[in-house]
Design a protein around this ligand. Structure first.
Ligand code: FPP
Length: 237
């Protein structure tokens, strides 16, 4: 056992499903299903390493711009995942939350999400969050609108607005900010993911495609975080 510092909250931008499939001369859809399968592997590995919160970027507000065919493949896969996740949450004592504007998703998808969130709400193992129709700017705007309504109703003064109030209006209000962000497949961007919450987060980028990001790769990311922390004295310092 090493005593390397483990991130409490890990956030992941799961990128490279398409390139993973292309490299194998497979359709993109196969890349996405391999990616979905890998989510399970990483949930388990993260929990075994002592990570308490895991948040993954599954579908962004920008992903609607992909071909109709690809959007429908991803939605089908995500719906299947939500339905199958009931059993996984029970088996692993895992609580599942969804962040993002789910009001724009199909009624069936919304029902699956509510069922899963409600079913798993008392489980205190891995706190797993799926970002679905999620955009960081959109989330901040929705929080700002809630505060504007309060000002309009005379409940608060505009100059009483604090960072805490904005945070409490975000979809992540129950979660601590991420300690570590991982992005796979070589892109060095945050692509509108958790813009507010990532203010003090350490970033780890790897060229590995998401379906190939296994337990060993996760260990490398966690080791990187542990070493950063040791060298620089940790966040906020
Ligand atoms: C990026 O790969 C990945 C996505 C747009 C979607 C992520 C979705 C999954 C991993 C599957 C479902 C998720 C869950 C939680 C079950 P890309 O298509 O952008 O790859 P590319 O950049 O190589 O084309």
């Amino acid at each position: 056992m090493d005593n390397i510092k483990i991130p409490k909250h890990l956030a992941i931008i799961m990128d490279g499903n398409g390139r993973w499939a292309k490299k194998r001369l497979l359709p993109r859809a196969m890349g996405h299903s391999a990616g979905a399968k890998n989510v399970e592997t990483i949930c388990e590995a993260a929990w075994n390493m002592g990570i308490k919160y895991l948040t993954v970027y599954a579908f962004s507000t920008e992903n609607w711009k992909r071909s109709e065919d690809e959007v429908s493949t991803l939605m089908k896969l995500l719906k299947q995942y939500m339905d199958g996740c009931i059993e996984k949450s029970r088996k692993n004592n895992m609580r599942v939350r969804v962040i993002g504007d789910i009001s724009k998703l199909s009624p069936e998808m919304q029902a699956s999400i509510r069922r899963l969130e409600d079913y798993s709400k008392d489980f205190d193992g891995l706190q797993f969050t799926v970002a679905l129709n999620y955009g960081g700017r959109d989330e901040i705007i929705r929080s700002v609108k809630k505060m504007a309504e309060k000002v309009k109703a005379g409940e608060i003064e505009a100059d009483e607005i604090t960072e805490e109030m904005l945070s409490e209006g975000l979809d992540t209000w129950e979660l601590p900010d991420p300690d570590l962000l991982v992005r796979t497949s070589g892109e060095l961007r945050i692509s509108n993911f958790m813009l507010w919450q990532l203010a003090y987060t350490e970033f780890y980028f790897t060229d590995v495609y998401w379906p190939d990001f296994d337990e060993e790769e996760l260990r490398k990311a966690v080791d990187y975080y542990g070493n950063r922390d040791r060298r620089y004295g940790g966040r906020n310092s």
